[in-house]
Design a protein around this ligand. Structure first.
Ligand code: 5RP
Length: 219
C-alpha cells in the first residue's frame, strides 16, 4: 500500500473514536471515506445506521449490511465524517473532487459535528491550490461560466460527468480566494448554481490529519 493510502486508512480508522452507541452517522464520499467505511464495518452493531452522500458510498455500505437512512426522516444528525480536497488552518475546505458536493453540503449543514479526515497532502495555507468544483443546472452552464470569468476564475466543463442530481460540474481554476465565505456566497448567488465546493460557512469542527508522524487532531 502506498504511503498516502496508509495515511488515509489511519485517519479513516481514527474517526471511530468520535462515534457513540446508537447514533446515525453521516458518511461522505471518496478514497479516504472508503477506509472509514471499512472501519465502520467493525463497529456496525454499535450504530443504528448511516446517511450516505453518494451512490458510491451507498454501494459499499449496502455490501457491508449497514442500514442507510433517508435524511428527511431524521430529526437530527449528530455527526458527519468526510474528507476534503483542501483544508486550511481555519478548517475551511474545498470539496467536490468526486462530484458529490451537493449531498455532502446538505449532510454537513444538518450534522451537529463535522469531522474532516485527511492525509497531510490536503493541508494548504490558502484555499485555491486546485480547482473549485461547482454543480450547475445544465441550462445555466454558459451563464454561470461567464459570471465566474467575471469573478476572476477560469471555468472548465467536467466532460462526461453527470451528477447524481442530473447536473453538470464546472471546475474553476486560478481563482484567488481571499475571503472564502464571501466567495462562497457570491458563487451561490449566480442563478443556476446548485452548490459550490467551498465549505467555508459550514466548515469542519474537528480535523484529523494523517501524517507520517501519526494522527494530528485540530479542534
Ligand atoms: C468528494 C469529496 C472528497 O471528500 C474529496 O474529493 C477527497 O477525496 P479523497 O478522499 O478521494 O482524496 O469532496 O466529493
Amino acid at each position: 500500500m502506498k504511503i498516502k493510502d496508509k495515511l488515509k486508512q489511519s485517519v479513516g480508522w481514527a474517526a471511530l473514536q468520535y462515534i457513540k452507541s446508537n447514533q446515525i452517522i453521516g458518511v461522505g464520499t471518496g478514497s479516504t471515506v472508503k477506509y472509514f467505511i471499512e472501519a465502520l464495518n467493525s463497529i456496525k452493531e454499535k450504530i443504528d445506521g448511516v446517511v450516505s452522500s453518494s451512490d458510491h458510498s451507498s454501494d459499499q455500505l449496502k455490501k457491508l449490511g449497514i442500514p442507510i437512512y433517508n435524511l428527511n426522516n431524521l430529526n437530527e444528525l449528530a455527526i458527519y465524517i468526510d474528507s476534503a480536497d483542501e483544508i486550511d488552518m481555519h478548517m475551511q475546505m474545498i470539496k467536490g473532487g468526486g462530484g458529490a458536493l451537493t449531498k455532502e453540503k446538505i449532510i454537513a449543514k444538518t450534522a451537529k459535528k463535522f469531522i474532516c479526515i485527511v492525509d497531510s497532502s490536503k493541508q494548504v495555507d490558502i484555499l485555491g491550490r486546485g480547482p473549485i468544483p461547482i454543480e450547475v443546472i445544465p441550462m445555466a452552464r454558459s451563464l454561470v461560466a461567464k459570471e465566474l470569468i467575471r469573478l476572476g476564475g477560469l471555468p472548465e466543463f467536467r466532460k462526461n460527468v453527470i451528477t447524481e442530481n442530473g447536473n453538470n460540474i464546472l471546475d474553476i481554476h486560478n481563482m484567488k480566494i481571499i475571503d472564502a465565505p464571501l466567495l462562497e456566497t457570491k458563487i451561490n448567488n449566480i442563478p443556476g448554481v446548485v452548490s459550490v465546493g467551498i465549505f467555508a460557512q459550514r466548515k469542519a469542527d474537528i480535523v484529523l490529519i494523517g501524517t507520517e508522524e501519526g494522527i494530528k487532531i485540530i479542534k
